[in-house]
Design a protein around this ligand. Structure first.
Ligand SMILES: [Zn+2]
Length: 97
């Protein structure tokens, strides 16, 4: 049983809103490796706010550092989320609103 991913890759939050969106490259003969390629977007539970962008290059590795449109924790670099309070849930650092 082989699974071949191709085309749009979309996941949803439990509330039905968009959670992530990206695309797998088109199948090109035997060279197809099933790896992600291009930008994948991570959405907050509102289904509209992009909090993370991961860009893959051919072969599935990162084409560049992940991007966090909402910003990151100054201390540990964790990508910020809409549901963060006044401190980073990863390292506990205070967050400037
Ligand atoms: Zn942190």
């Amino acid at each position: 049983m082989t699974s071949k991913y191709e085309g749009d890759s979309i996941t949803y939050h439990e509330n039905g809103n968009l959670r992530s969106r990206g695309a797998y490259p088109k199948h090109e003969g035997k060279s197809y490796d099933g790896k992600k390629e291009g930008p994948f977007y991570g959405y907050e539970e509102d289904g509209e706010t992009v909090w993370m962008i991961v860009t893959y290059k051919k072969g599935g590795s990162r084409a560049k550092p992940d991007e966090y449109p909402l910003g990151t924790c100054d201390v540990c670099g964790e990508g910020r989320r809409l549901n963060w309070g006044d401190s980073c849930p990863r390292c506990g650092a205070k967050i400037d609103k």
